[in-house]
Structure formats: C-alpha cells, structure tokens
Design a protein around this ligand. Structure first.
Ligand SMILES: C[S@@+](CC[C@H](N)C(=O)[O-])C[C@H]1O[C@@H](n2cnc3c(N)ncnc32)[C@H](O)[C@@H]1O
Length: 229
C-alpha cells in the first residue's frame, strides 16, 4: 500500500497547499497552532515532524522553539518535501528537511523532545509501528503529537458527511486533477480509529505513560497527545 500512497502524494504535491487551504477553509492553520500549543514546545526544544508533506507543521513548531531550537521535517515522499524548504526560507526559518519513513526512523533513541505527525498516521502501512518508531526517538517525558481526521461529533455529522462526500472530492479533484486522491481522503478518514479507539492503539504500543485526545472543530479532526515512558 505504501507504494500507492507514495505515488498518490507525488502526483498531488504541486497542488497540495492550494487544495488544503480551500478545502479546510483555513481551519487547518488553527489545528496546527493547537498542536504546537498543546505539545508544550519551549524555546530550545528539539522537534521531529514526521510525514511533514510541504512542511506547515514543522514551520509552526520552528516559530515556537526559536533560534536555539531544532526542527527536523521528514517525509517519505521527496516530491511533497520539495516544496517545504522555500516556504521556511521565505519566513526566515532554519529547518532541516530529510526523506524518512515514519515507520523506520533512523535517529538515535531520545533524540527529540517532541515528535509530531499531522494527517499522516492514517496513511502509513502500520500506525502502531509508526507510533513506536516516533516514541523511540523522543526522550522519556517528551511528547508524541498526532493530528488526524476522525469521525465528527453528532452535531457536526450531517454537515461533514455532505462536505466530505460531495465537496471534498469535487473541489479537490478540480484543483489537483486527481479526484481519486480526495475520495481516498474521505474514505480513509471515515474508517480510521477515532478518539478512544486511537488511544487504545497508543496504549497497545506500550510506549506512553499518559495519553489523551482533544476533538477539534466538532470532531472533524482529533489531536492525540502521548507522554513517552
Ligand atoms: C495528507 S499529507 C499531510 C502533510 C502535512 N503533515 C500536513 O499536515 O499538511 C500526508 C503525508 O504523509 C506522507 N506519508 C505517508 N506515509 C508515510 C510514511 N510511512 N512515512 C513518512 N511519510 C509518509 C505523505 O507522503 C504525505 O506527505
């Protein structure tokens, strides 16, 4: 499956940011800010952003950790990552970018204070392996932050069902020319473990001493916070 996911993202890389802003109506910026705030990132911290894509979450983290902090943005798709350095440079931010598979990170144990993944865990072949891989490179007491789509809360459901089944494939298809990529997004989001189901997966990983979740925007997205053992 990862080969198909890789080529799908390589194909939509050039239109990814535009489609993202249109489809999320800008709300994704708020979700990323919440991720950084709830991570407790401090100036000087070392942060690893996995499946960083075009780099937006890594950029948000760099603003929080400042000049003395280190941020490494990684993705297994070089075509997505290719757009990240210019975005960071334009903002005067020094971030390292590396091609890495989130399931097989090559960094030493305890290399980071925080590891994050936004809208990426749903795409990896084995989320449990990715969680373990991310937690391994974070020091004890550090955090793993997972931001992902989920099943919306009851009051958001009618709106979001229509939006995700009709608007997302239509608009995403028009902007990217790849309607199937946006049908994939809707299909995989609806099927992915949400809330307590994902917390159970974090528990199963055996890597976290605390876990909690925060629904965002009526449960369209969820933030999962794990404190590493
Ligand atoms: C929906 S995009 C999210 C990008 C970015 N984090 C954001 O919030 O906009 C998903 C990203 O996951 C990456 N990805 C999927 N599987 C991966 C893996 N096993 N290791 C690293 N990156 C992966 C894809 O290449 C893609 O860039």
């Amino acid at each position: 499956m990862s080969r198909e996911v890789h080529s799908m993202f390589a194909e939509i890389a050039g239109s990814y940011d535009r489609a993202n802003s249109m489809l999320s109506l800008g709300v994704h910026h708020h979700w990323r800010r919440r991720t950084v705030t709830l991570s407790g990132a401090q100036p000087g911290d070392r942060v690893l952003d996995c499946a960083t894509g075009t780099g937006d979450l890594a950029i948000s983290f760099k603003k929080a950790v400042g000049k003395d902090g280190v941020v490494v943005g990684t993705d297994f798709c070089a075509d997505m990552l290719a757009f990240a350095p210019a975005k960071a440079t334009q903002k005067g931010l020094d971030i390292q970018w590396e091609v890495q598979d989130a399931m097989h990170l090559t960094y030493a144990d305890d290399s980071f204070d925080i590891a994050s993944i936004a809208f990426g865990i749903r795409n990896v072949d084995d989320p449990l392996t990715a969680l373990r891989s991310m937690a391994r490179v974070v020091r004890s007491g550090g955090r793993v932050m997972v931001l992902e789509f989920g099943r919306p809360l009851w009051w958001m459901k009618p709106f979001f069902t229509f939006y995700s089944r009709v608007v997302i494939p239509l608009v995403g298809g028009l902007v990217s020319g790849k309607r199937d990529a946006y049908e994939y997004l809707t299909r995989t989001s609806a099927a992915f473990p949400t809330g307590d189901e994902f917390l159970a997966l974090m528990n199963e990983s055996g890597m976290f001493r605390e876990r909690r979740t925060v629904p965002l925007t009526g449960g369209i997205a969820y933030l999962y916070i794990g404190v590493v053992r």
